[in-house]
Ligand binder design. Structure first.
Ligand code: HEM
Length: 146
């Protein structure tokens, strides 16, 4: 189960569902990462940049759930990803979404063996970028596990 949770976290890091946070407005003059930010400035955090930062992840281009595990246990201090944003306006559905994904995908993977439709390895699909990241049509084959 820790490995499965690590897979979910790595999936959301590797393939950021919401690439930009909801735009926020600076309520007073401030500084951010050394930049002056005047009151009223619109700011959106780029979560893809965070999730693909080499300095944070070392090898962000690799899908490697083990990066969240220490001695076989999930270690949340290793998870610097923010798929649900952060701060006062972070996603209101984070807990619900994390729990639902865990329950639905764990049951799904326990029930089915999943492969590509023709059984051959496929490259990642191109991504369609919008408010959410989606992919074009992509067929998979499900076989019931014994
Ligand atoms: C995997 C699923 C989801 C992801 C990756 C996601 C991600 C996000 C992100 C990145 C934001 C912007 C946070 C920010 O600006 O800092 C957001 C906002 C929000 N999300 Fe989600 N979300 C998910 C599911 C849900 C669900 C299931 C609900 C409701 C049941 C929900 C409700 C909201 C609401 C209400 C906001 C606006 C919060 C505010 O501005 O105060 N989200 N979400």
């Amino acid at each position: 189960m820790p490995y499965f949770e690590a897979c979910l976290r790595e999936t959301m890091r590797f393939d950021t569902t919401v690439p930009l946070t909801i735009p926020h407005r600076a309520m007073k003059d401030t500084t951010l990462a050394g930049y002056d930010v005047p009151e009223g400035t619109m700011i959106s955090a780029n979560l893809v940049m965070l999730h693909m930062d080499k300095e944070i992840w070392g090898d962000p281009e690799n899908f490697r759930p083990e990066r969240f595990l220490r001695d076989g246990k999930l270690d949340l201090s290793l998870d610097k990803s923010l798929p649900f944003g952060a701060g006062r306006r972070l996603c209101a559905g984070e807990t619900y979404a994390r729990q639902s994904m865990f329950q639905v995908f764990a049951a799904f993977m326990q029930t089915f063996k999943v492969s590509t439709a023709d059984g051959k390895p496929r490259k990642l699909s191109p991504r369609i970028q919008g408010i959410l990241t989606t992919i074009p049509e992509y067929w998979v084959k499900l076989n019931l596990r014994n």
